[in-house]
Design a protein around this ligand. Structure first.
Ligand SMILES: Cc1cc2nc3c(=O)[nH]c(=O)nc-3n(C[C@H](O)[C@H](O)[C@H](O)COP(=O)(O)OP(=O)(O)OC[C@H]3O[C@@H](n4cnc5c(N)ncnc54)[C@H](O)[C@@H]3O)c2cc1C
Length: 563
C-alpha cells in the first residue's frame, strides 16, 4: 500500500507530525509505526510553556488538560554560587488557583505541565488516530531502504515492505532513519552525562501551589544533580544526572549511585521518606548532540532523532513538538509546489540546528557556573575552557549572547527562558547581574553592514510563508513586531531623548491598556537589548545626553528570586 507520509515512532514527535498533517490536509494517507504498545513509560516529563500552544493547535489541549497533570509554575534550584534555594516562575505575578480542567487561556498560556509520559504519549497517539492517522503499535521498523539520498521503503519485522512518498524519523534517540541515511552527528560540548531514574509513589510534593501547581526541583550534589518531577497526584519521577566519567570512576553500580544520591540530598531524602519506588529503575547516556543534516529529498528528522540538549533545561519536548510541527508544515508546503522546496528544507534545517545548538550552549553556561559541583571542578572548568567561557557575569553573558538571542519565531531569549529571566539567573550562577546595554547607553545606531535580505520561514495554519528579514552570520533580524518598531524609530532618531519622545507617544496611545507596561513595554525593552547583543544596533554613551529613566528599565516577564 502506498502512503503519502510514513512516520517511524509514535512518541510526541511522531504524533505531532501525524496530527498536523491530518489537521491541515485530511485526505492525506498517513501512518505511524511504533515498536511498543502504549501506554509505556518514557523519561522526559517536565515541559515548558511553548508546548501548550502546540497542543492547543493540534486540538488536544482539552484531552491533555483532562488528564489533570500537575501544572508547572517554574523551577526551584540548588545551583550556582550558593547552596541556598532559589526559584523562578514563568508568570510575572502570583499563580491564581482556578478550577480544572481549564481552557487554554489566561495564566495557563504562561505555565507548563509535568506529564506522565505513559499517559501523555498515549493521549497524543490516540488523538492522531482519531484524526485519521493509521497507527500500528508493536510494529518495529527494522530496515530503511535507500537509493542515494532517497528513501525507497521500509521493512517491518515480519518482512512487510512499506512504501510511501515521504518518511519521517521520529524514533527518538534510536535515530533509525538518520543512521540509515548516513547522517553524521556533532557533539558540540563536553557535557557527556549519564542519567538514572525511577518512579515513586506517594512522595511529598516539594511545593504545592494552589491545588495542582508545583515547581520542578533541581537539586545539586557534589557530583551531579537530581530532578524531582511530580507527574500525577501520587506519582513522581526522580532522576540523577552525573558525568559519565565520574560514574565510571566511582566503581558503583548505577542503582547504588542513584540510591546514594537520593539519600544524600536532604530535601529529596525528606520528600521520599514515606514514598515507595515502583522498581522501574532505568539509565541512559544523555550526551548532547546535533545531527549534521535534518532532512533530505523525501525524508525529515523530527524530535530527538535530530539532536538532544542536556535535560537541565527541560527543553527536549519543546524542541520536539516545535520541530515536528514544522516538519508537517514543510511537507505540506513542498507538496503544494508553490514555493521552492530547497528553501523550505534549508529553513527547517537552519532554525532547528540553531535551536539545538543554542540549548546546548545554554546548558554549558549553566553547568560551568555550578560551584555546588564540588567533586566536578575539573569537569566544569574544562567545559568553560573548551568554550572560552570566562566566569564573570559580564563576560559569561557576552559568551552566551554569541548564540544570538533573537529566535526566528520572534522569541527573545534562550532555552525557553526570556532574556530578562536569563539575565536574572546570572546573579545566582555568576554572582552578579550583567548590566543592560539599553540602560547604560543613550545613542543607538542600526548596523546592517554585511547583512543580506533573506526570507524567514513563518509557519502558520499548515503553511510555510516567506517573510522578509535580514541575515548575517546566522543571526536573524526579523522585520516584524518589536524589531520593526525599533528599526523605524532608529531610522528617525538615534539619540535617547528623541527615542523616548516617540516611545511616550506610543505609551500615551495605549494609556487605557492595563497590560501595556507588563506586556508591550517588556517586549520592547527586551527586543532592544537583544538587537544590541545580536549586533543589529550599536550602542554608545554620550555624557551630554541623559540615560533611560529607571521606571522604564524594570519590566520583567519571568521572576527569578531568592526563596
Ligand atoms: C534523562 C533525560 C531526561 C529528560 N528530561 C526531559 C524533561 O524534563 N523535559 C523535556 O521536555 N524533555 C526531557 N527529555 C527529552 C525528552 O525525553 C525527548 O525530547 C522526547 O522524548 C523526544 O520525543 P520523540 O518523540 O522525539 O522521541 P521518543 O519520545 O523517544 O519517541 C520515540 C518513539 O519511537 C519508537 N521507536 C524507536 N525505534 C523504533 C523503530 N525501529 N520502529 C518503530 N518505532 C520505534 C519508540 O518506541 C518511541 O516510542 C529528557 C531526556 C532524557 C534522556
Amino acid at each position: 500500500m502506498k502512503y503519502d507520509v510514513v512516520i517511524i515512532g509514535g512518541g510526541p514527535g511522531g504524533s505531532t507530525v501525524g496530527c498536523f498533517l491530518k489537521k491541515y490536509t485530511p485526505h492525506l494517507k498517513v501512518a505511524i509505526y511504533e515498536r511498543e504498545r502504549f501506554p509505556r513509560d518514557h523519561v522526559g516529563e517536565s515541559q515548558l510553556p511553548a508546548v501548550s500552544y502546540i497542543l492547543d493547535e493540534m486540538g488536544c489541549w482539552d484531552k491533555v488538560e483532562a488528564a489533570g497533570f500537575p501544572i508547572k509554575i517554574g523551577a526551584t534550584f540548588r545551583w550556582g554560587t550558593t547552596d541556598d534555594l532559589w526559584f523562578f516562575n514563568f508568570l510575572p505575578t502570583e499563580f491564581e488557583e482556578a478550577p480544572r480542567p481549564a481552557r487554554f487561556e489566561g495564566q495557563r498560556r504562561s505555565t507548563a505541565l509535568q506529564v506522565d509520559r505513559a499517559r501523555y504519549d498515549d493521549i497524543l497517539l490516540r488523538h492522531a488516530e482519531e484524526l485519521g492517522v493509521e497507527v500500528s503499535e508493536e510494529t518495529a521498523v527494522t530496515k530503511v531502504n535507500r537509493d542515494g539520498d532517497r528513501v525507497t521503503g521500509l521493512e517491518l519485522k515480519d518482512g512487510t515492505l512499506i512504501d510511501s512518498k515521504w518518511y519521517v524519523d521520529a524514533t527518538g534517540h534510536v535515530g533509525l532513519l538518520r543512521r540509515a541515511m548516513g547522517v553524521e552527528i556533532e557533539i558540540p560540548t563536553g557535557l557527556q552525562n549519564v542519567a538514572f531514574w525511577d518512579y515513586w509513589q506517594n512522595a511529598e510534593w516539594a511545593e504545592t501551589i494552589g491545588r495542582s501547581g508545583t515547581r520542578v526541583q533541581v537539586m545539586s550534589l557534589g557530583y551531579g544533580w537530581i530532578w524531582f518531577i511530580p507527574i500525577g497526584p501520587t506519582r513522581t519521577s526522580v532522576g540523577l544526572v552525573t558525568p559519565a566519567d565520574h560514574f565510571k570512576k566511582s566503581g558503583l553500580k548505577p542503582e547504588e549511585m542513584y540510591r546514594q544520591a537520593l539519600a544524600e540530598e536532604p530535601r529529596i531524602a525528606a520528600l521520599l521518606e514515606r514514598a515507595e519506588s515502583e522498581g522501574k529503575f532505568q539509565g541512559t547516556k544523555d550526551w548532547s548532540f546535533v545531527a549534521k543534516r535534518q532532512c533530505g529529498e523525501n525524508w525529515f528528522l523530527a524530535g530527538e532523532s535530530s539532536g538532544f540538549a542536556d535535560p537541565i533545561l527541560a527543553a527536549g519536548l519543546t524542541i520536539t513538538h516545535t520541530a515536528a510541527r514544522e516538519v508537517a508544515f514543510s511537507i505540506l508546503e513542498i507538496e503544494r509546489g508553490e514555493i521552492d522546496g530547497a528553501w523550505i528544507r534549508e529553513s527547517y534545517e537552519r532554525r532547528l540546528e540553531k535551536r539545538i545548538r543554542n540549548h546546548i550552549r545554554f546548558a554549558d553556561y549553566w553547568y560551568s557556573a555550578n560551584a555546588q559541583f564540588s567533586e566536578l571542578k575539573e569537569f566544569t572548568q574544562q567545559i568553560a575552557k573548551d568554550n572560552g567561557l570566562k566566569m564573570t557575569p559580564e563576560e559569561s553573558w557576552r559568551w552566551l549572547a554569541q548564540g544570538g538571542f533573537i529566535d526566528e519565531d520572534l522569541y527573545i531569549g534562550n532555552g525557553g527562558i526570556d532574556i530578562n529571566g536569563i539575565r536574572d539567573f546570572a546573579e545566582f550562577l555568576y554572582g552578579g547581574t550583567p548590566e543592560t546595554l539599553f540602560a547604560k547607553n543613550n545613542v543607538f545606531r542600526l548596523n546592517l553592514v554585511g547583512a543580506k535580505p533573506y526570507d524567514r520561514a513563518v509557519y502558520t495554519e499548515g503553511r510555510v510563508e516567506k517573510v522578509p528579514c535580514y541575515l548575517r552570520d546566522n543571526r536573524m533580524l526579523p522585520l516584524q513586531g518589536a524589531f520593526y518598531f525599533w528599526m523605524e524609530v532608529l531610522s528617525r532618531d538615534t539619540r535617547l531623548p528623541g527615542i523616548m519622545k516617540m516611545w511616550n507617544m506610543i505609551r500615551e496611545h495605549h494609556r487605557e491598556d492595563p497590560n501595556f507596561d507588563r506586556e508591550i513595554a517588556a517586549q520592547m525593552t527586551s527586543a532592544m537589548e537583544a538587537l544590541i547583543l545580536d549586533g543589529w544596533v550599536e550602542a554608545s554613551y554620550d555624557p551630554a545626553l541623559p540615560l533611560m529613566p529607571v521606571s522604564f528599565r524594570h519590566t520583567h516577564h519571568m521572576r527569578v528570586q531568592k526563596k
